[in-house]
Design a binder for this molecule. Structure first.
Ligand code: FES
Ligand code: FES
Length: 196
């Protein structure tokens, strides 16, 4: 839905200037307006974590944030984890190899929460890992595969920041462009990176 409040955001390194309804949640903006349906919607009130994305590097529940509150922010969704040739990110590979998913509904949230954790601390201790995983709900796996996947991701990354895996210019990387300059849009929002 096109609304009357214009916002400028960078999503996975692409700049957008779009109109949104003031009541539109961030997750609905990402899924319905930008077509980024990798972020899932479960409980819609901040409990399950399926909607977790990174906003300026911090994991947030995008069902609890309005799109207008993200104005000026740099957002990373699960689609932003892949490499330039569509390669899986090592965190995704780890979940695949260690059977850290079954139906996959919760998986985008676990991936983004793990991404944030390993950005903050490449070698988190058990308490830190359990606190992060405890904030995400999975109805299928019993968590054992997910727990192994985190260890596997730590090993695969070997201390490399998650944002630096495919080079330092990726989303959240140190050389990532600022949102307003990343992909300039025209005053009417009709530039290359515009969603509308
Ligand atoms: S859908 Fe956002 S926390 Fe469940
Ligand atoms: S894999 Fe189904 S909810 Fe987690």
């Amino acid at each position: 839905m096109i609304g009357d409040r214009r916002i400028r955001v960078s999503v996975n390194g692409t700049a957008y200037e779009v109109g949104v309804e003031p009541r539109t949640t961030l997750v609905d903006f990402l899924r319905a307006d930008l077509g980024l349906t990798g972020t899932h919607v479960g409980c819609e009130h901040g409990v399950c974590g399926a909607c977790t994305v990174l906003v300026d590097g911090l994991a947030v529940r995008s069902c609890l944030m309005l799109a207008v509150q993200a104005d000026g922010s740099e957002i990373t969704t699960v689609e932003g984890l892949e490499g330039p040739e569509g390669e899986l990110h090592p965190i995704q590979e780890a979940f695949l190899e260690e059977h850290g998913l079954q139906c996959g509904f919760c998986t985008p949230g676990f991936l983004m929460a793990t991404y944030e954790m390993l950005t903050d601390d490449p070698k988190p201790d058990e308490d830190e890992i359990m606190e992060v995983l405890g904030g995400q709900i999975c109805r299928c796996t019993g968590y054992q595969g997910i727990r192994r996947a985190v260890d596997c991701a730590i090993d695969k990354l070997g201390g490399t920041r998650p944002a630096d895996v495919f080079g330092a210019g990726g989303p959240e990387g140190p050389d990532a462009p600022d949102a307003p300059d990343a992909d300039p849009v025209g005053a009417d929002g009709a530039g290359e990176g515009s969603a509308r």
